[in-house]
Design a protein around this ligand. Structure first.
Ligand SMILES: Cc1ncc(COP(=O)(O)O)c(C=O)c1O
Length: 433
């Protein structure tokens, strides 16, 4: 067998036997995976349905149109483009469609819970090609809408691009709409993380407030990797050409041929998301995350923003004087997979941040509920306590060797491996398709 196929099998086993707590990950259905692995990846379809530059697209036209129709219906918007390769190119296309290089845009800082593509300065296209104005959060880790409003009045951005990547409370889209309106800016709502929650009715929809909505399709939405850009009624009433501008910015502006296999996977995921079962899954995601966050707080951890209102939580490890890396590595040995993450006003660099981020979508897909969250919280608390004496060196030069030695030491640690066995048992009770 090809080495790569063998590695894919190993990865499948890893995903089955460990707890996927990274809030942006999920298990897609067999139908979605069949579409992604189908012959559709052989086809070239530059253009849009019925306006292609290649022959042989009758079937692809139908598939893409089904995807578009389903997206419009589910999110309640008049226009959808299902071609963006992923969330970052979707945001790039929107920015290129609506703002000229050098013009000011506004977004939430990465460390405050925003995304790289929302104007992270210096290292991203969004911070390099536009004049990026960024807002943060207060000491509790919460958005101060008055402050955001004042900053917008001062900097007069042409566009606001906002959406949570590591922000545990619900966004007030109306307040953002008022802020954007007060300076005549476009409002782009990036619902990549919360799209599935919006469909399930457990997170507010920005459809009435934003001009444009972008989303990835592989997080709470549980589809293949990919993205959708939507134009709202409000967007079309501001500019009747908005849909055309967005479509042109995707193709030919930024991309060539769409990934038709991905488009088919998105169409299938959108159908799956229209079922009562999906709503139930969305409600349970929130219940699970809420329960897990309460247990962790009761166990003595500090969570940014307190008990979560969404699918994710951010543990601030500064009070424990622990680095996110140290905790994340130990959790992984125990079969609990999270990601290290900056916390608001973090003084540590992003590679050695002071927090870890975790969420409930994937374990909810497996069917886990509050009872299992209690077990998971217990393990996390035990592990954080177990590694409490492993302090990252203050001297940045010593950090790489410290982490190397630490990983070697905990790699075969009996205590952690014992938890990994219990995790595996739990995972067996909740198989994935
Ligand atoms: C809010 C938000 N927007 C955009 C993206 C980018 O998506 P992708 O990784 O598919 O480019 C992410 C990914 O984490 C995200 O959280």
């Amino acid at each position: 067998m090809d080495r790569v196929l063998d590695l894919i099998r190993k990865e499948e086993k890893r995903q089955k036997e460990t707890l996927m707590l990274i809030p942006s990950e999920n298990y897609s259905s067999k139908a979605v995976r069949a579409a992604v692995g189908s012959v559709l990846s052989h086809k070239y379809s530059e253009g849009y349905p019925k306006k292609r530059y290649y022959q042989g697209n009758k079937i692809v036209d139908e598939i893409e149109q089904i995807g578009i129709n389903r997206a419009k219906k589910l999110f309640g918007v008049p226009h959808a483009n299902v071609q963006p390769y992923s969330g970052s190119p979707a945001n790039a296309a929107v920015l290129f469609a609506l703002v000229s290089p050098g013009e000011p845009i506004m977004g939430m800082q990465l460390a405050a819970g925003g995304h790289l593509t929302h104007g992270q300065p210096n290292i991203t296209f969004s911070g390099k090609y536009f004049k990026s104005v960024q807002f943060g959060v207060d000491e509790k880790g919460l958005i101060d809408y008055d402050e955001v409003g004042k900053l917008a009045k001062k900097e007069k951005p042409r566009l606001l691009i906002i959406g949570p990547t590591a922000y545990p409370l619900k966004f007030d889209w109306k307040r953002f709409d008022e802020i954007a309106d007060s300076v005549g800016a476009w409002l782009v709502a990036d619902i990549a993380h919360v799209a599935g929650l919006i469909i399930a009715g457990v997170y507010p929809s920005p459809a009435k407030f934003a001009h444009v909505i972008t989303t990835t399709t592989h997080k709470t939405l549980r589809g293949p990797r990919g993205a959708i850009i939507m134009v709202t009624k409000k967007g079309l009433s501001r500019d009747s050409d908005l849909a055309v501008k967005i479509d042109r910015a995707v193709f030919p502006g930024l991309q060539g041929g769409p990934h038709d296999n991905q488009t088919a996977g998105i169409a299938i995921a959108l159908d799956e998301a229209s079922t009562p079962g999906f709503k139930k899954y969305g409600r349970q995601i929130i219940k699970n995350a809420r329960f897990l966050s309460k247990e962790l707080i009761q166990g003595g951890l500090r969570l940014v923003g307190g008990v979560t209102e969404t699918h994710l939580m951010l543990i601030d490890l500064r009070s424990k004087k622990l680095a996110g890396n140290v905790v994340a590595e130990a959790l992984e040995v125990a079969g609990i997979v999270v990601n290290r993450n900056s916390v608001p006003n973090d003084t540590m660099p992003p590679f050695y941040p002071s927090g870890i981020r975790l969420g409930s979508p994937a374990v909810t897909t497996r069917g886990m509920k509050e009872f299992e969250m209690k077990k998971i919280a217990g393990w996390i608390l035990e592990i954080i306590n177990y590694v409490k004496n492993y302090k990252l060196p203050k001297d940045p030069k010593r950090r790489i060797s410290f982490m190397k030695e630490y990983k070697q030491k905990i790699g075969g640690d009996k205590f952690l491996i014992n938890i990994a066995k219990k995790v595996k048992e739990l995972c067996k009770e909740f198989p994935v398709s």
